[in-house]
Design a protein around this ligand. Structure first.
Ligand SMILES: C[S@@+](CC[C@H](N)C(=O)[O-])C[C@H]1O[C@@H](n2cnc3c(N)ncnc32)[C@H](O)[C@@H]1O
Ligand SMILES: [Zn+2]
Length: 321
């Protein structure tokens, strides 16, 4: 893609000298002429907590890439994740997808590689994470992925405009999850779908105990953490996991009924929760049986065996206008 072809992610007008000719938003492009990275925060003053969270992810960009990672290995690894495989199958092969809080962009990259006709936009507040994503994108010549540095509370993206919105592992790391949820939910178009991942109160209970114990012992207890016990995981990925799970400067937990209510007040209805993983092809289908106390009980019981440490997901939809 040529620089002249890069469009404003808000209004699709061309960008002239890092300013949008249509809506006036200002951006800075990545360092190379063929960069797909636009920076909406390059000259912005950030609120202290947001700056603190960015500083944290600059040292521990999440999720990390291994030096030997490439497009084929990313596709292969992602397809071994039941969740990502089902998400890819459920999303239209040629639609637009935005991933808010995409981190180093691995989900967005996977969805771009798996669906070359999709247009995928990964948004995050952390420049270092996005630069890793852009480096990988250039190396693997992924043309249908764009990256935008922006704050979730000041997104230069139109409201009610996107058919598929993903936001995983982000709202609970903001100072105001209620506001964060409404900013994310507001981007979903009528008839569109939100895939929201968050730390749920019951699901995260075991990890909270494990983390409290790690404070007593001075470091995480390997025997209690299935990720730290993995033999084939690099030391760097383990370090990033420890930072993310045990040392994060800003983390909240959100009860499922509260999330359902908040999304409802934003006009979205929650159709199902994951886990349990839906059967093939049913990812976006309603299953209200997953929204009650029985599901939360199974999340609580998953405890030490849960590789996601209490990160669960809901699928929500904005009804057609
Ligand atoms: C745990 S990572 C999740 C990354 C990715 N969604 C995933 O599932 O692997 C959380 C991400 O949220 C981003 N984030 C946190 N607060 C943000 C904010 N206010 N604006 C934009 N991004 C934010 C961080 O920079 C970080 O990359
Ligand atoms: Zn614009």
């Amino acid at each position: 893609m040529n620089v002249e072809e890069i469009q404003c992610p808000t209004c699709a007008a061309p960008l002239a000298d890092a300013h949008c000719a249509g809506c006036g938003a200002s951006f800075q492009r990545g360092d190379t002429p063929d960069s797909h990275l636009l920076d909406h925060l390059a000259s912005a003053q950030r609120e202290a907590r947001a700056a603190e969270v960015e500083a944290f992810y600059s040292v521990s960009p999440f999720p990390g890439y291994a030096p030997e990672d490439n497009g084929a290995s990313l596709l292969d690894r992602s397809r071994r994740s039941g969740f990502l495989k089902a998400l890819d199958m459920a999303l239209p092969p040629d639609g637009q997808v935005i991933d808010i809080g995409c981190g180093t962009g691995q989900t967005a990259m996977f969805l771009s590689l798996a669906g070359p006709r999709r247009r995928v936009l990964g948004v995050d507040g952390c420049r270092v994470s996005l630069e890793l994503a852009e480096e990988f994108r250039q190396r693997e010549s992924v043309r249908n992925l764009h990256l935008l540095r922006a704050d979730l509370f000041d997104l230069p993206l139109p409201r009610r405009a996107f058919a598929s919105v993903i936001c995983r592992g982000v709202v609970h790391h903001t100072p105001n999850p209620t506001h964060a949820l409404s900013e994310v939910a507001d981007r979903v178009a009528p008839g569109g779908t939100l895939v929201l991942g968050f730390y749920e109160t019951w699901a995260r209970a075991f990890h909270r105990t494990r983390r409290s114990l790690s404070k007593v012992t001075g470091r995480p207890i390997k025997a209690l953490d299935p990720i730290l016990r993995q033999r084939d995981l690099s030391d760097e990925k383990k370090r990033i996991w420890i930072d993310d799970q045990y040392l994060h400067p800003l983390e909240k937990i959100l009860p499922l009924p509260w999330v359902i209510r908040q999304l409802k007040s934003c006009g979205l209805s929650v159709k199902r929760a994951i886990p349990p993983m839906p059967s093939t092809g049913a990812f976006f289908e309603a299953d209200s049986g997953t929204l009650g106390v029985r599901t939360r009980g199974s999340w609580l019981a998953a405890g030490i065996k849960d590789p996601d440490a209490g990160l669960v997901c809901v699928i929500a939809e904005r009804p057609h206008a």
